[in-house]
Design a protein around this ligand. Structure first.
Ligand code: HEC
Length: 246
């Protein structure tokens, strides 16, 4: 019995290690993929603030337009810039080699990032950049330590600084850990407005990660209606067959 308990503990140990070690709890993104307004706002933020460095190479502008119910004029006015056409994919001009030279690491394509990281991680990531003079761009991030990405939304959020707390480690050493972030220089948006903007952006990235869900949702009721119709037809057929048997 004791051995069983011990092995159960050993198996669970890595989980504890992950849970401890200063892991930052993620804030809930609470995105709403049925809210087209939110996705539309997120799409605008994405092309304006992210596509300088990141692509969404599997997504086409006109697909976004169709799914979000936008006209071609809306697309041309707000999303499709420069040489791009509405039928193009959301790729960018920057070459990965250049990004690697400028930032030390390439800025990855974001098509699937909502699936690999999850919406809550993205929501927390984009809200937890903080001033850190030791980093090349002067910022660090709570969930992505020593990230190579600058705080590109600073204009909207402003700049946050860390508030530290001293904790005693098990070996008696004292350690300073970040307790929370505090707004040092306000941005154009209030904290609540900024949270909403990031929620919209994360909603858009989540949609980009699985655009087929719109199709599925649109088809869903029709599939159910078709099945219901089949039930009626089969019921009538069954009655018809059994009439002769009785
Ligand atoms: C100036 C260039 C630049 C811009 C603009 C930019 N990023 Fe980044 N981003 C990077 C770089 C470089 C990395 C790689 C960071 C690393 O690996 O340390 C990165 C990493 C990321 C990651 C982590 C990917 C992963 O899973 O490892 C996410 C998510 C992300 N960016 C989202 C965004 C969003 C959303 C925007 C727009 C609001 C944006 N970025 C704008 C340069 C940029």
């Amino acid at each position: 019995m004791r051995r069983i308990v011990l092995s159960a503990l050993l198996l669970a140990a890595p989980l504890w290690a992950q849970a401890g070690g200063g892991a930052v709890p993620l804030d809930k993104a609470n995105i709403d993929l049925d809210n087209r307004q939110s996705l539309w706002h997120g799409a605008k933020l994405f092309v304006n603030y992210c596509m300088g460095c990141h692509s969404a190479q599997y997504m086409r502008y006109n697909r976004v337009g169709k799914d979000l119910g936008l006209s071609e004029d809306d697309l041309k006015q707000y999303l499709v810039f420069g040489e791009k056409k509405v039928g193009d994919t959301m790729t960018i001009a920057m070459r990965p080699e250049d990004a690697a030279r400028w930032f030390g690491t390439p800025a990855p394509d974001l098509s699937l990032v909502a699936r690999s990281r999850g919406p809550d991680w993205l929501y927390t990531y984009l809200r937890t950049f903080y001033l850190d003079p030791k980093r090349p761009f002067g910022v660090n991030n709570l969930v992505f330590k020593d990230v190579a990405m600058p705080h590109v939304l600073w204009e909207l959020q402003g700049w946050q600084k860390p508030v530290y707390r001293t904790v005693k480690r098990a070996d008696g050493h004292e350690e300073k850990i970040i307790e929370r972030l505090e707004l040092a220089v306000p941005g154009k948006l209030s904290p609540a407005e900024y949270d909403k903007a990031v929620r919209d952006l994360v909603a858009f990235l989540t949609y980009v990660g699985e655009p087929a869900q719109f199709e599925r949702k649109r088809l869903g009721p029709w599939v159910l209606a078709y099945l219901a119709l089949l039930i009626v037809v089969f019921y009538v057929l069954k009655k018809e067959y059994w009439r002769d048997v009785h």
